[in-house]
Design a binder for this molecule. Structure first.
Ligand SMILES: [Zn+2]
Length: 299
């Protein structure tokens, strides 16, 4: 290593903060890449953010690698020196929890759905192995699965000092550990992957469960949503495209099952009318259709 490159290597992490925008007063969001997790994007595909109260900060999702988590922490420290009291995970998928270790500190509580510890325990090893292959040893070696210790069932509140967040743990929908966070002061909802905008929805829970939640989600008194993936959008209008996609999927799968189509054909056909509307459609739709088929086969 030359002197110059060693200086650059040593200096690089210091200014290495995620780009965030203030979507409402005191609420900052980093827009994840609309892409699969790769070494190049450091797993940074989910929207991650933080909320600053009078006495504390809450992080909402920690990113797809510890590197991304550190960059998120650096972005927080550029804006406030208040303690990071909470790291809230909206569910257990790697792009939302792999950065947790960047926030491991005795003063920080990890917060999640009551089903999240089990989801992380049963799926975590598989995720680490799978993503080691796709994003590489350097990023995965640092990842430690840190489950929540503050568990949410139904509704709960967190106080950041003059700023109350309402957390809601939902029945199985996108996944089996979906949690939303509402900041009433600004009417900002962090939906996790219960809402996708500009990124095809990913089904890892229950299609019927998810569809069944949409009206309850729409009733949340928010002005805007920070979805798990895709642009921040007006609420509840942001749900329209996702509702249409999920309805197309359930209708097609039900129809294919009724006509005796095998799983492989259903995976190819179901939801195809939605293809023009969604980035990453071909990366996820067949998997969604397969999951929906397994769920609905015996209904
Ligand atoms: Zn996600």
């Amino acid at each position: 290593m030359t002197l110059l490159s060693s200086v650059i290597a040593a200096a690089a992490p210091i200014g290495d903060a995620l780009t965030v925008s203030e979507v409402a007063p005191g609420i900052f969001v980093h827009a994840g890449a609309i892409a699969l997790m790769t070494a190049d994007n450091a797993g940074g595909i989910a929207n991650v953010g933080f909320i600053i109260g009078d006495t504390a900060v809450a992080v909402i999702d920690s990113g797809g690698s510890v590197r991304e988590g550190r960059q998120l922490r650096a972005a927080i420290r550029q804006r406030t020196d208040r303690p990071i009291r909470y790291v809230i995970n909206t569910h257990g998928h790697p792009d939302h929890v792999f950065g947790n270790a960047a926030f491991d500190d005795p003063a920080t509580s990890f917060v999640g759905h009551s089903g999240l510890p089990l989801a992380m325990a049963t799926r975590g090893g598989f995720y680490l192995a799978a993503f080691r292959r796709s994003i590489g040893n350097d990023l995965i070696d640092e990842v430690r699965l840190i489950p929540p210790t503050r568990l949410i069932d139904g509704d709960a509140t967190l106080d950041l000092g003059g700023r109350i967040l309402t957390l809601t743990a939902w029945p199985t929908a996108h996944s089996d550990s979906d949690l939303t966070v509402l900041d009433s002061r600004t009417g900002t909802l962090f939906s996790g992957d219960l809402v996708f905008t500009g990124h095809v929805p990913i089904l890892d829970g229950s299609l019927r469960g998810w569809l069944g939640l949409l009206d309850r989600l729409a009733a949340i008194p928010a002005q805007r949503v920070v979805p798990g993936h895709g642009p921040v959008a007006a609420w509840p209008a942001a749900l329209q495209d996702e509702r249409r996609y999920l309805q197309a999927l359930v209708g097609d799968v039900r129809d294919l099952i009724r006509r005796g189509a095998p799983l492989a054909r259903a995976a190819q056909r179901a939801g195809q009318s939605e293809k023009p509307h969604w980035p990453l459609f071909d990366d996820y739709n067949a998997r969604n259709a397969t999951a929906a088929f397994s769920e609905m086969e015996w209904e």
